[in-house]
Design a protein around this ligand. Structure first.
Ligand code: SAM
Length: 423
């Protein structure tokens, strides 16, 4: 292949090569941005980002600018056009590297490959460490292998395997870094994790995905950190797509991700949207630009049936949800209430709820109560306690502030506390 013509960002660098200067300058700018944003907080992670040439891992045709933007680069799409593989955004890769507490000499399994992140890990763990990167897509592994070799990482293993099985041959691992969205923790991961190892994984809980840093606490895992994130969905044995209900064709969809809500017959719900919208506003407000992701998780943590509403901004503007892509909603068989916000002035946004259907008033008022409770007790750190139990050791739902989400291999428990005590 003529790499110069077909892959303009893939040339072998030489000292005199102007492309080399361009990519190094772009890489340097990216690292400076990640440092300024607080995404990189350790010298080891900074050194890794400064060394690994990200453009060597992007598909042909991706510009140097795009290769070194603090953004996702999609590398493969399925027949439906949705991304099945990507190079994750650098800020998130940096966060996950920090979360994994990687030390020189560590043994690491990366689940979901592409090569770039595996090379970053290899830099952090150094010459005495060991990195194995697995992917279910043989084309991803073939690409990762070539790019890793080209970039100078022939010692990183790229293996075609399903995440569900992990990779026992190189276990135990001091860290397992999962870079694909999962709704469960397969036993292979905990079996292959060293006793004091760290599992960093994007875990979907009632549709809300958080990148959890999980460590062992007896037979179960506890999260020491939870970061809002998004990843391509798991394929293979652990695939568990979220169930979708179209309420107004493709324009309004509700996503359902737990057995309680899945048991609800939602066939009457689309008719609710033909009626008037009921609005209710809360005294709780927020300044612009301040994240309130714990409010989303708090609304999802209720025993009440819950869904995530996705609304086409152009074709269904009348619904005006707080979040057009994924807005928390309380559901009954014939009614829905979802989170809303409105701007009161330059510094104040007000929370509220919009509802449709015969039970709209009850549901919106329930949502306002929940917003008030979040504001009083859960708005500020530490946020919820999240633990993952092997199914046969799951705790009982002892109080109404503990949500249990049963999955095939584990039960996820989300417990809300106030000042460290169950609220
Ligand atoms: C976001 S990409 C990985 C990004 C990569 N770690 C990087 O360098 O940025 C997620 C990958 O997970 C893979 N994947 C999906 N389901 C999988 C499974 N069951 N087992 C292994 N890999 C899987 C996809 O093929 C995709 O390449």
């Amino acid at each position: 292949m003529n790499s110069r013509a077909e892959r303009p960002n893939r040339r072998e660098p030489t000292m005199a090569d102007p492309l080399d200067t361009v990519t190094e300058a772009a890489r340097s700018r990216l690292v400076d941005t990640l440092l300024a944003d607080g995404a990189i907080t350790s010298p080891a992670v900074e050194a890794a980002f400064r060394r690994v040439p990200r453009h060597l891992f992007t598909p042909s045709g991706v510009s140097v600018v795009a290769a070194y933007a603090d953004d996702v680069v999609v590398t493969r799409r399925g027949p439906d056009g949705y991304a099945t593989s990507s190079i994750s955004a650098p800020w998130l890769q940096a966060a996950m590297l920090h979360a994994a507490h990687l030390q020189p000499g560590a043994r690491v399994l990366e689940v979901g490959s592409g090569g770039y992140n595996a090379a970053l890990i290899a830099e952090v763990v150094g010459p005495h460490g060991m990195v194995t990167s697995i992917d279910i897509d043989p084309a991803v592994i073939a690409h990762a292998r070539t790019a890793l070799d080209t970039a100078g990482y022939p010692h990183v293993a790229a293996v075609h395997a399903d995440a569900d099985e992990g990779w026992a041959a190189a276990a135990p691992y001091d860290a397992i870094i999962v870079t694909v969205e999962t709704s469960d923790i397969p036993p292979a991961w905990t079996d292959q994790l060293a006793p004091d190892g760290v599992l960093v994984t994007p875990l979907r809980m009632r549709g809300h995905t958080r990148c959890l840093t999980l460590v062992r606490d007896g037979v179960h895992l506890v999260a020491t950190n939870a970061l809002v994130c998004g990843f391509v969905p798991m394929q293979g044995a652990g695939a568990a797509p979220v169930r979708q209900h179209q309420l107004r064709g493709d324009d309004v969809t509700v996503f359902v991700d737990d057995p309680v809500t899945e048991a609800l017959d939602l066939r009457a719900l689309p008719a609710a949207l033909d009626g008037p919208r009921h609005d209710a506003w809360s005294p709780v407000t927020t300044p612009p630009g301040i994240p309130f992701d714990t409010l989303h998780l708090w609304l999802a943590s209720q025993p009440h049936p819950h869904g995530l509403l996705a609304v086409d901004r152009q074709r269904a503007a009348d619904l005006a949800p707080q979040n057009w892509g994924a807005c928390p909603a309380l559901l009954t068989a014939d009614s829905i209430a979802y989170l809303a916000t409105r701007q009161l002035d330059d510094t104040t946004w007000q929370f509220g709820a919009h509802g449709y259907g015969p039970r709209a008033t009850t549901l919106t008022s329930r949502m306002l109560d929940l917003i008030a409770a979040w504001d009083r007790r859960h708005r500020h750190p530490p946020g919820p306690h999240i633990a993952v139990y092997p199914t046969d050791t799951a705790p009982s739902p002892t109080n109404h502030l503990r949500l249990l989400i049963p999955r095939p291999h584990t039960t996820i428990a989300i417990t809300w506390t106030s000042n460290g005590q169950p609220a």
